[in-house]
Design a protein around this ligand. Structure first.
Ligand code: THU
Length: 133
């Protein structure tokens, strides 16, 4: 699966968003070494702090299907934003723990803009398990 196809999966997942409060739909898709794709969308709650982002749902979906960190090869996310949608701070911290440091992250929007990055660039000097030693 190529970059464009993974972004398309994120856009499809976006349609599954449950976002009656923000009306801001986000979709994410994670590609594995063996070509599987695990998606996520944001799921909100009337108790606002309980809202969960698309990126974290995609990561947890992959993990709960037995996917290991080293088997994740790329992530795409998409939302209806002017610039390619960028992961929030909380998601960056979780991505930094669960997703390979240099694996591509394709941020995109519905207009077709794409920015390629990785979690090392998105969250330099991350807090990690090493800091707990
Ligand atoms: N959201 C995501 O799903 N991912 C992001 O990276 C940014 C924000 C969601 C959370 C909330 O449901 C809505 O977008 C508005 O913040």
């Amino acid at each position: 699966m190529n970059k464009e196809e993974l972004i398309e999966k994120a856009k499809e997942a976006r349609e599954l968003s449950y976002s009656p409060y923000s009306h801001f739909k986000v979709g994410a898709a994670i590609l594995t070494k063996d070509g599987q794709v695990f998606v996520g969308a944001n799921i909100e709650n009337s108790s606002y702090p309980l809202c969960m982002c698309a990126e974290r749902n995609a990561l947890y979906n992959a993990m709960l299907h037995g996917v290991k960190k080293q088997d994740m090869v790329a992530m795409a996310l998409s939302a209806n934003t002017d610039e390619p949608c960028s992961p929030c701070g909380a998601c960056r911290q979780v991505i930094s723990e669960l997703f390979p440091k240099k694996a591509p992250i394709y941020m995109s929007n519905l207009k077709g803009d794409v920015k390629e990055t990785n979690i090392d660039e998105l969250l330099p000097f991350a807090f990690s398990e090493d800091d707990l030693k």
